[in-house]
Design a protein around this ligand. Structure first.
Ligand SMILES: NC(=O)c1ccc[n+]([C@@H]2O[C@H](COP(=O)([O-])OP(=O)(O)OC[C@H]3O[C@@H](n4cnc5c(N)ncnc54)[C@H](OP(=O)(O)O)[C@@H]3O)[C@@H](O)[C@H]2O)c1
Length: 327
């Protein structure tokens, strides 16, 4: 089978041939139909991730496909089922356990024609989604689902930018009945965020004090801020969050000094760190996506042969939503 793998020295990816794996007891063989990129994957293939990734590792944590064979004792899936993998392969339910062996870092990922999964680390995907759409769910959508959880009608939620997690957070918070505000860096993206249901969009490049602006627009701050920038944006998020609200700490895309602890105390807000979500969360999210026929926002789909170009496109920007590879 054809795969792409991490090059030595952090130089993106190179193609390779490997034997098709066979499923052991409790495992399923999946013919991969699509995969998708996350910020983490770019760090991995450029040698900048916090975990050492050996050359030869097949990248990508996220993908979807069709079950082509099942090992002994498999009961969750049958041949022909449409499935996606979970980001945390061993986190099934309950609170976040220890970090496990993740795909794309500790074990091979989805940028390949076939993958073997423990049946416990796969979920069925909503019928109305294409494989390209389903491949966007495991990390970005589920992270957004976790970051948005608990928000409802009467709440205001702020998303930062128009990347994979933020666009899903906007869509899911709108489903939950919340008002959504967004920041972004261009008029064209602002229009697209408004079309998806954002009530207000603030350009964070021309309005560096966007936290104050969000506070004014919401009459006291957003009950939830989905924090994408991390150290470089937390200070504005503290201005943007309502008294007693919550900052869901997702990313660290923006370099900076971190937060002013005294100002944070005065907000009486909570900072909650997010680590994607469990399989149970994924299944519940898929129900919500199916019931509401939500469609993921895809920036661009690249054919499998052009996987290196997909990474270059992801690295360059500008983009809106998810970058997908069709296998
Ligand atoms: N904790 C978790 O479970 C988890 C899961 C997934 C991802 N993450 C992390 O979350 C972050 C986002 O992931 P992603 O996959 O959504 O990334 P992405 O698709 O690469 O997001 C890129 C977008 O983020 C926006 N952005 C960048 N810097 C910004 C800033 N200073 N202020 C506001 N927006 C900014 C930009 O939006 P505009 O172009 O609109 O300006 C940019 O297009 C990454 O740090 C990633 O590692 C964490």
């Amino acid at each position: 089978m054809r795969t792409f793998q991490v090059r030595a020295g952090g130089g993106l990816i190179t193609s390779a041939e490997r034997p098709v794996p066979s499923p052991s007891a409790g495992e399923v063989l999946v013919r991969v139909k699509a995969s998708s990129l996350n910020a983490r994957d770019l760090l991995i293939v450029t040698g900048r991730y916090s975990v050492d990734v050996p050359p030869g590792r097949i990248p990508l944590s996220d993908g979807a496909g069709v079950v082509e064979a099942v090992g002994d004792g498999v009961s969750r899936f049958r041949v022909g089922d449409r499935v996606a993998g979970t980001f945390h392969p061993t986190w099934l339910y309950g609170p976040f356990p220890e970090w496990g062996q993740l795909r794309g870092t500790h074990r091979d990922g989805w940028l390949t024609e076939y993958i073997v999964l423990d049946e416990q680390s796969a979920v069925a995907v909503p019928d109305h989604l294409t494989f390209e759409e389903a491949a966007t769910l495991p990390c970005a959508a589920l992270t957004a689902w976790s970051a948005v959880s608990g928000v409802g009608p009467g709440d205001a939620l702020l998303v930062q930018g128009s990347g994979g997690v933020s666009v899903f957070a906007l869509q899911l918070a709108r489903l939950a009945g919340a008002r959504v505000l967004a920041t972004t860096s261009s008029d064209a993206k602002a229009r697209r965020l408004s079309a998806l249901g954002a009530s207000d969009v603030v350009d964070y490049t021309s309005t560096p004090e966007w936290g104050v602006r969000v506070r004014a627009l919401t009459g006291g701050g957003a009950e939830r801020v989905v924090e994408i920038g991390g150290a470089g944006t937390l200070s504005q998020s503290i201005d943007a969050v309502a008294h007693g609200g919550q900052i869901a700490l997702v990313g660290n895309l923006a370099a900076g000094d971190g937060m002013d602890v005294n100002r944070f105390f005065r907000r009486a807000a909570t900072l909650r760190s997010i680590s994607v979500g469990s399989r149970g969360d994924f299944e519940r999210m898929n129900k919500a996506i199916a019931q509401n026929r939500l469609r993921p926002v895809i920036d661009r789909v690249f054919p499998f042969d052009q996987a290196p170009e997909a990474f270059s496109h992801f690295a360059k920007g500008p983009r809106f939503g998810k970058v997908v590879i069709s296998h």
